[in-house]
Ligand binder design. Sequence first.
Ligand code: ZN
Length: 423
Amino acid sequence: MSCSEGRQQKVAGFLLALCAITAVAHSEAEVENSAESFLNSPKLRKVRPHNHGASLHQRHNHVGGKGKTGVAGLHKYHSAEQIFSLIEGLKKDCKMPMSTQWVKDSQSDDSLFVVQIGQPEANKKMLIASNEHARELLGGEVSLRFLQSACESPGGSAFLESASTDSKTDAKTVLQNVQYTIVPIVNVKGRQLVESQDEPCQRTTVEQEGDVDLNRNMEVDWGKGSEQRWGEKPFSTYQARILRDLAAKDKYSGFIDLHTGARSLMTSWGFKPMTDPDFGDQKKVLDIIKKKHCPDCEIGSNRVVIGYENPGEVIDHMYAVAGIKYTSLWEIYDGHTSDCIKNFNAADDEYEESVNNWSNALLTFGQYIHTSVGANERSNPGELNGGLVEQSSELQPRGTAAAAIASQQHTVLEDGEHGLLTT
Ligand SMILES: [Zn+2]
């Protein structure tokens, strides 16, 4: 019996007994625990999950004015509130121009925490999204580390120290020429259910937000194939609308969507079993990322590499509609287990290496945008249902869910007995 089955059965008590990691110890404090007062998002304060285990301790345990890290039984990980608080705290001493804001949805009072770092006048821009899937805590941690490293003096030296010796990336030069817009946690309330271990396998938005898979809620190929939690219609969620509107507001050269549960660097399409017409150019930068940061990562079409259908996924909108040519979905960790927390999140002893490696990878990508991509280079998706390039059949499905899904017909595509959905 896996956690995913428990998730499907929606039996909370059963789930907790089966899946919860009960040990909640605390690591060295690194967070100013002013989380209660810093947030200017009324929504976030209002819809806090019930206090259970780790989260209760974090909120009320003060040691010398410092808060404790540790959520979901993982000592190194931060709560959503801590991540926002730490990022807010970076602003005053950040060596690069940096700003934060809660960006409001056009149709509701909901908002997402959005950070910009790098020269606002830079003629190239990157957009990063992480933690669309609630249980993929690691993505939010990578975004946090990227911002921490980028802010450190002088000129993002933290990146230089850990970058490979053969081709060091100059963070300062990159950030002076490429401005990053980052949404560290897209699915905040979902993540909080995982942090508290109330729902360690939570993937979608919380029930009051429609129980929607945020990587299925955009318009390209929306609603096609086996039924999924794609929402009532494209952009039925505020998270999808805000991401769409952010992308439309500026001209971005690159978009990275951070996920966990597999190891791969993927491009459109999510539903059609083929790569997009810009794959040749997209692959050039992904080859560099693979070489420097993920030698075991497979590169290719999301649909083909991951082995199941991803209709309405975010990268397809960013690529085909928002016009962002260098759009990619990265699967950055695979725990090879049916335990949701462990499958989607690097263990504490792997945490530093993982967050440093992937925050460096975001910088490597930006450097490529700076040196090798024209400011006016846009995607060339062609007709969305024609003129597409067939992907090599050599690629085999990857990821924990892929093998199981490839071997059987599902009427509803969900986490299965032998695998968990990742993209
Ligand atoms: Zn995911």
